[in-house]
Design a protein around this ligand. Structure first.
Ligand code: SF4
Ligand code: SF4
Length: 434
């Protein structure tokens, strides 16, 4: 059992050793109607309708792309309700009562390998678009748009670095489904005729490297390599991963495709396999429930739409001696603190973290510059913070707030415990309105 006295690294180590708990039969699922990049939506089903697993329920509209909304259970539509998502806001969700039959929609059928072998880029792009696949590491960028590049791509990099503390969902995914990851990568390489595939993983994760190297032997006809990277934060930031994994520096603001690289998070890669081979949208995903205020942290495979409260109960609930708790969706560095546990798992939920709340008193800035020295994209968080306090959009722009990758390091190192990252996010938003 993990207790509050353990160090952060102990949490990650212990979680790695826990098997994946399959929690795939919730009584109800709550399917988010707006998505991370899609504020608008239309629903095609009425209250009382019987729906099948993998059936299209409606469509999200992201302006520059559309995303079908899929049912993740078979059952009956009960109506709509509001739940919290990773934005921290209440959003409209479609409630579906599970009939526990797992009746698949007729469209969900396997494709023979011989058919897939003849696929060209347009076929893969069409499938990823139909299945509404987005970056599952949290970015939620549509995968079909990424794949549909007209650039000459020499290397596909699969990011399995998972550098945030407390998270172990990618770790468990690789342990549980290594073949799916290699197949997903092979499909991407086939689609864009890339010469080389690279799976980037931390060199400290020896068990994972063993699993991946074993699988690598079964794909010996392809140039797929395992890159073993250092264990530091934010090594999983895409640009840092590319530089260390394949020795190519991608400047902030430059698209990796311009340098002949295409990158996918490892869970997106496994989902690409499921979409192409089984014609499946994202129905279930691996996630971590962890933190010092949850009784029994777990690695869980859950349906999209599962209630976060239910997952915490599955971990035996909150520690009885925790006076007040804070729930975060996503990692402790880049995730979002949400007001309560009345939240849902979406396609991009990597983790639910539960910490005992502590009084957090911000002191005045002492101009120590720790935030400046720690920033991986070489901007000045403290100056941006001051610009935001003055509501000075021009200064925020000149200080290049737009380059911030929201890694959270400036807040983490701040001597005065100031939420510097929140200010930089606001500065970034100011520049985006220009
Ligand atoms: S969150 Fe802070 S440290 Fe990280 S990139 Fe943004 S400004 Fe820099
Ligand atoms: S780390 Fe905190 S105290 Fe130091 S300069 Fe940055 S904002 Fe100010």
């Amino acid at each position: 059992m993990i207790t509050g006295s353990r160090r952060v690294s102990d949490y990650k180590q212990l979680m790695k050793e826990l098997p994946t708990l399959r929690h795939v039969d919730p009584e109800r699922v709550y399917i988010n109607l707006p998505g991370e990049r899609c504020p608008k939506y239309t629903v095609h089903v009425e209250k009382g309708a019987k729906v099948k697993l993998g059936e299209i329920l409606g469509e999200r509209d992201g302006g520059f792309f559309k995303q079908p909304i899929y049912s993740t259970v078979s059952g009956t539509v009960e109506g709509t309700t509001e739940k919290t998502d990773a934005s921290g806001e209440k959003i409209e969700c479609l409630v579906i009562k599970n009939d526990y039959q797992d009746t698949y929609h007729e469209s969900i059928t396997d494709r023979p390998d011989s058919v897939i072998a003849d696929f060209k880029k347009k076929d893969f792009v069409e499938i990823l678009k139909d299945k509404g696949l987005v970056g599952l590491g949290g970015a939620a960028f549509p995968s079909y748009i990424k794949l549909d590049t007209d650039k000459d791509i020499h290397t596909v990099v699969i990011n399995a670095v998972e550098c945030e503390p407390y998270l172990s969902s990618d770790y468990r995914l690789i342990k549980d489904q290594p073949e799916d990851i290699f197949k997903g990568l092979s499909y991407v390489m086939q689609a864009i005729e890339a010469d080389r595939g690279v799976i980037a993983v931390k060199k400290t994760k020896r068990e994972l490297i063993e699993v991946l190297e074993r699988e690598q032997g079964r794909f010996a006809d392809k140039d797929i390599r395992i890159a073993k990277l250092d264990d530091y934060y934010p090594q999983g930031w895409e640009n840092a991963t590319f530089e260390k994994a394949i020795g190519i520096k991608v400047d902030v603001g430059t698209l990796p495709m311009e340098k002949g690289i295409l990158g996918f998070n490892v869970s997106t890669c496994a989902a690409i396999y499921e979409a192409v081979k089984h014609n499946l949208p994202v129905i279930k995903r691996h996630l971590t429930v962890n933190g010092d205020a949850v009784k029994f942290p777990q690695n869980i495979r859950a349906r999209v739409g599962t209630s976060v409260k239910e997952l915490i109960e599955l971990c035996d609930g909150y520690r009885a001696d925790a006076k007040a708790v804070e729930v975060i969706l996503g990692g402790p560095m880049m995730g979002k603190s949400i007001p309560d546990d009345d939240a849902i798992v979406t396609q991009t939920t990597t983790s639910v973290l539960v910490f005992e709340s502590t009084d957090h008193i911000e002191e005045p800035c002492v101009r120590c510059a720790s935030c400046v020295y720690s920033c991986p994209v070489d901007i000045q968080p403290v100056s941006i913070m001051n610009a935001v306090k003055r509501n000075d959009e021009k200064a925020a722009q000149e200080l290049r707030a737009d380059r911030c990758i929201e890694c959270g390091l400036c807040a983490y190192v701040c001597t005065s415990k100031i939420h510097v990252t929140d200010y930089v996010r606001k500065g970034k938003a100011l520049t985006e309105t220009k």
